[in-house]
Design a protein around this ligand. Structure first.
Ligand SMILES: [Zn+2]
Length: 199
């Protein structure tokens, strides 16, 4: 599984940047997805799935290598303070580095300012089912790269992903990403598809 290590140059300031009150809603939804096994850790110890919300002009995202933790606290989240797709860099501050998939989240926030929440989950069955049936990034593009960010932006131009609020990542096995004006909206899009699969 191609996951779990950071592919961008990470300019990380290690300091307390995230407050407990900032992560209440994030943790509520993150727990739901963790309990469904859609965010978690593979048997090889590599974590998967991540969640973020807009915070002023920046966003707060679950930290790198936190997938296996049942409960997160403010130390397990990172504040993304800047990024540069062209130079493949990301600036973050917090007690942990930002998720390896932060650039994908950044791309979604950048393309539509109304989007305030992004959730990325893994599920093989659902991924296989949704592949190319919903807007899907190219098979040749791996997670966590500037190319992924660019391809997500392409979907916003070429498909109705902005309305569907969910996309599949062909080059990132099991990878599905949803978004919305709120975490609730982003979560409900995912859960609708997930519940259809399991019912
Ligand atoms: Zn992933």
């Amino acid at each position: 599984m191609d996951e779990g290590y950071i592919k961008f140059k990470c300019n990380w300031i290690k300091e307390k940047s995230v407050k407990k009150s900032d992560i209440v809603e994030l943790n509520f939804w993150r727990s739901k997805f963790f309990n469904l096994g859609l965010i978690g850790m593979y048997s090889n110890g590599v974590g998967f799935g991540n969640i973020s919300i807009k915070h002023k002009d920046t966003f707060i995202i679950s930290g790198s290598a936190t997938g296996g933790l049942k409960e997160l606290d403010e130390q397990n989240y990172s504040l993304v303070t800047g990024y540069d797709f062209k130079n493949n860099t990301l600036n973050c501050s917090g007690e942990v580095k930002a998720s390896s998939e932060s650039l994908s989240h950044a791309a979604v926030y950048e393309i539509n300012a109304k989007i305030r929440a992004v959730i990325h989950i893994h599920n093989l069955e659902l991924w296989q089912e949704l592949l190319y049936k919903i807007p899907t990034t190219s098979k040749s593009i791996a997670y966590g790269t500037p190319e992924m960010a660019a391809d997500i932006k392409r979907l916003f131009k070429e498909t109705n992903v902005n309305n569907q609020k969910i996309l599949c990542m062909a080059g990132h096995e099991e990878g599905i990403l949803s978004f919305g004006k709120t975490l609730k909206e982003a979560a409900e899009v995912l859960l609708q598809f997930y519940n259809k699969k399991t019912s």
